[in-house]
Structure formats: C-alpha cells, structure tokens
Ligand binder design. Structure first.
Ligand code: KG4
Ligand code: ZN
Length: 390
C-alpha cells in the first residue's frame, strides 16, 4: 500500500495541536500552540478560556502543520481528531473544525481517544527508530494531568484493544504535581517546575506515607471475557489502582506544621512579577527546606508509580512496558523506570519528551490502524468528555 498522510488535530485540554504523520510511522510536521500563559495566572486550566484560545489558534495551527509538511488541505488522505476524554468545549473546537474539513474536502474522518493517542506516541517513535517488533502483552501506564491509567494492550488483526487494570481513585499524578506546585507558590504547570527543582533538594528529607490503596480489589475483573466464557472461579488478579490526593494533603500539613505560609506567599508574588521565570529565578526564591520538600514529594510519587506499575507487570506477565503522558516527561520517573525495569529484564519505552505531553502527532499515529481498516467516524459524532478506552 502507498504511503498515507494523516492530518491529526488535538484540542482536548490546553494545547491546540496539529500534525501530519506518514503511515503511522513518521512525523512529517508537529505544531503545538500552548496556552500556558493564558492559564498561568489562575494556577490551572480555565475551561472557558481554553475553548476561546482553541478557537483563536485552530486555523493557523492546522495551516502551519500542513505547510511544514509540504502538504495541502486536499493532499492529505484523512483527518483525525481527538474525540475525548477532555474538556467538552475544548474538544468541540477541534471536532467541529475537523468535521468541516472532512465534509468540504470529502476526506475520511477518524475519531481518536486521547489516551490511545498517548500510547501510540510510543509506537510511532519506536517505528521511526526502526523497531517494528513490539512483544506482547504490552502494559501501558498513561500518566498525565487528567489520568493515571494502566492498560493491557493487545493487537488483533491490525486493530488495538485495551483493558484497564488500574486507575487513580482520586487525583491524577500530574494533577498532584500541579496542585503541590501551586500550594508552594511555584506557578503552573507544576510538573516541569518540580522536575527541574527536585535535583537541588534531598529526596529523603521529608517522609511521606505511601498511598493506602487496597490492592486486592476484584471489581476490575468482574466483566472479563475469561469469566463469561468458562465457569472457572474469578482469577485472583488484583487491580492496580493509584491515589495521590493523600500526598497533596501531607504536603499541605507539612507547610502548616513548619510555618512556611509567609515565605510561600512572598515567592508567589515575586514569581508573578517575572514574565517567564527561569530555573535561576525559581532557585533564588526557594529556601533549602522547600527544595527538600519538592525533592521528597517527587521521589514519593515516582516510587509509587514505578512500584505499582511493576507489580501489575508481574501479575500479568507482560513482555513490554510503555510509559506515556505528560508526567512521562519527568526525568526522575524515566530514570527510575529504566533502572527498575532493567533489573527485571523488562523492556520499557517512553515517547521523546516533546511527544510525552499533548500533541497531534500521536492522534494521527493512533488513527492509522483505523484508516487501514476504514474505521471512519460518522459526521454526527460528538465530543465525549469521559470517553473510555477499550
Ligand atoms: O499529557 P498532558 O500534556 O495533558 C493531559 O492529558 O493531562 O499532561 C500534562 C500534565 C500536567 O499535569 C503537567 O504538570 C505534567 O503533565 N507534566 C510533568 C512534566 N511535564 C509535564 N509532570 C512531571 N514532570 C514533568 N517534566
Ligand atoms: Zn494528554
């Protein structure tokens, strides 16, 4: 089959993104317009502002992606767009534009789950490196601002299926990074700031209790095919859920108990006056105790993510591990996964750091198997804020 050029469009949260990917394996262009400056004063994403910014950016971003790829509206073979999960108003901007393009140009339209996109960011880059031979079963940890999910991924007849074997019961890991950064007066988004500051503190200085999650919770396996097809008792494979609201509360208690409030307020004010604070600016406004707290917080989250994921990998006897989503950009998380997985002889793959956070190349890549099997979306499909990945 000849090469297929898919235009991907992503607008689920606070990045307006468009990309052209060739045959699910080569990024031809990848444009991301970030809204960080818009949301920064509020310490988090404001949904109404996100929709407004997407409306402003969508046309120029798509044009830029086509131009960089040397393509035109009419030369691409299909249009892929994120259907969900995400902010409904933000998703609708991308979906409405993608539908209009598909209708006007008479091109196939492909709806993609954002979480499947994150998983395909890994596959896309492995194919780019020439690795076409991923061993199954695959376990994928999708860890971002909105999600902390573990999926068992299977490839059957060129189409991917997913079984969720764990998710967060409360805050996502990225959300914990963002909330703790806000609590410490560091600004938004918290993940990259904490990632950069953590090496300057002692990760053993502050002790955090590990999340109290009951692992042997069998709700997640009630509906598995295996049970409906034979009468064997339920296999004792536990669910691997996460919980990060406790650690955020523990940081808050530490702040209160150590009288850190006034210094945090001073830091917040000082940093808001700097248009684009650099690492030196953050360091100049953080005392050593705060840096220890940041390092200890990051270490606690990283160890929890790694240990639960590896426990799931053992229980399901998986052959390959994918770690993806915004938090997968975290350097300590990558290093710890690499070290621990190597000890167990388990291959672990991450997207490059730019493809870890939201982008449209991953959406165009995830659309490719659907393009091959002509799994097109009807023109009346809509945004699904809580879309489940199966
Ligand atoms: O995948 P993503 O761009 O958007 C969602 O789908 O949520 O992830 C954004 C999240 C934010 O919470 C951000 O703080 C976090 O990923 N993040 C990081 C890093 N870079 C982004 N967390 C830890 N370390 C990083 N380097
Ligand atoms: Zn994402």
């Amino acid at each position: 089959m000849s090469d297929a050029y898919i235009l991907g469009i992503e607008s689920s949260c606070d990045e307006t993104a468009a990309a052209v990917v060739r045959s699910g394996a080569h990024v031809v262009s990848n444009v991301v317009a970030s809204q960080i400056a818009t949301h920064q004063p509020y310490g988090g994403v404001v949904p109404e502002l996100a929709s407004r910014e997407h409306l402003r950016a969508i046309v120029p971003v798509v044009r830029a992606a086509l131009a960089e790829a040397g393509q035109t509206y009419s030369s691409v073979d299909a249009i892929a767009v994120t259907q969900g999960p995400g902010l409904a108003g933000a998703l609708l901007v991308g979906i409405t534009y993608a539908k209009a393009l598909a209708f006007a140009l008479d091109k196939p339209l492909i709806a993609v789950n954002h979480l499947e996109g994150h998983i395909h960011a890994v596959l896309l880059e492995e194919r780019e490196k020439g690795n076409h031979d991923v061993q199954f079963p695959v376990l994928a940890l999708v860890v971002s601002g909105g999600h902390t999910h573990l999926y068992l991924a299977q490839l059957r007849d060129d189409s991917w299926t997913y079984e969720n074997i764990g998710h967060t019961r409360d805050d996502a890991a990225g959300e914990a990074f963002d909330k703790v950064a806000k609590l410490l007066g560091l600004g938004y988004p918290g993940g990259p700031i904490i990632d950069n500051l953590a090496p300057y503190g002692d990760p053993k200085a502050v002790k955090f209790p590990s999340a109290q999650i009951k692992h042997l919770d069998r709700r997640g396996i009630q509906n598995r095919d295996i049970q409906s097809k034979n009468s064997d008792p339920a296999p004792s494979v536990p669910r691997f859920d996460f919980s990060y609201s406790g650690i955020k509360t523990a940081v808050l208690r530490h702040v209160e108990a150590n009288g850190m409030r006034a210094a945090i307020e001073a830091r917040r004010k000082a940093l808001t006056l700097i248009p684009k604070p650099k690492l030196e600016d953050y360091l100049a406004h953080c005392d050593q105790h705060t840096l220890h707290l940041i390092a200890s917080f990051q270490r606690a989250i990283v160890l929890d993510l790694v240990s639960r994921t590896l426990a799931a990998a053992h229980a399901h006897e998986i052959a390959t591990l994918f770690v993806t989503g915004g938090v997968a950009a975290n350097r300590e998380l990558r290093k710890t996964f690499e070290q621990q997985a190597a000890k167990e002889g388990l291959p672990v793959f991450f997207p490059s750091r730019p493809l870890s956070t939201d982008n449209a190349a991953m959406i165009a890549a995830a659309a490719y198997p659907k393009f091959l099997s002509k799994n097109y979306a009807p023109l009346d499909f809509s945004a699904e804020a809580g879309l489940v990945l199966r």
